[in-house]
Design a protein around this ligand. Structure first.
Ligand code: HEM
Length: 160
């Protein structure tokens, strides 16, 4: 067997190093692009509107802070794994904005199951996301395009 074949075999046998040190273990799931719940934007306009990966990281970190300290929905995030959430939420946003990432987290239904999330919680999360995007000077046009991309995921997040 050639060295290349052995290298390929080894690569497929060991799990990719997605998880960061400090993440809590999660139930096994299959990593696939469809888990993101939507197809990414095309071109680089959206990535630029968010200030590239650095801007997206700031939006994500601010959103996580706002959600965690929120008097209405803060409770839902009380048991979050911040290390993982910071990674997977960033990947999700970066992937959808076509800013050069792959999303390795769960699908939206699995990620939010048994959290009892209601429409009012969803609205609150969207308000926090708008604040986080405002702080990063993302144009309203780009904000609305991104929110439209997320809107259909509501049905997998909100419990009826
Ligand atoms: C369209 C709207 C939403 C999107 C796109 C979204 C996206 C995500 C993503 C990508 C993850 C990470 C999944 C993983 O680590 O495998 C996640 C986890 C989570 N989401 Fe959402 N979410 C949405 C709405 C909400 C709402 C409304 C709430 C609550 C008010 C919420 C609460 C949570 C919590 C608590 C976690 C788990 C955090 C952890 O322990 O790691 N999400 N969400």
């Amino acid at each position: 067997m050639s060295m290349i074949a052995i290298a390929l075999l080894l690569q497929s046998a060991s799990p990719p190093p997605y998880a960061m040190p400090g993440e809590e273990p999660v139930e096994e799931y299959v990593v696939k692009p469809e888990n993101a719940g939507a197809k990414p934007f095309e071109g680089d306009a959206m990535a630029k509107a968010f200030g590239g990966q650095d801007g997206i990281r700031r939006v994500v970190n601010r959103l996580i802070d706002l959600n965690g300290n929120d008097p209405v929905i803060g409770e839902i995030f009380a048991t979050e794994d911040r290390v993982r959430f910071q990674r997977t939420l960033f990947e999700h946003m970066c992937y959808l904005l076509n800013a050069g990432c792959i999303y390795t987290g769960m699908d939206m239904r699995s990620a939010h199951k048994n959290m009892g999330i209601q429409q009012a919680d969803m609205n609150r999360m969207v308000e926090n996301l708008q604040k986080a995007m405002d702080a990063e000077n993302v144009s309203f046009a780009a904000q609305n395009r991104f929110l439209s991309k997320l809107a259909p995921m509501r049905r997998d997040v909100v419990e009826r």
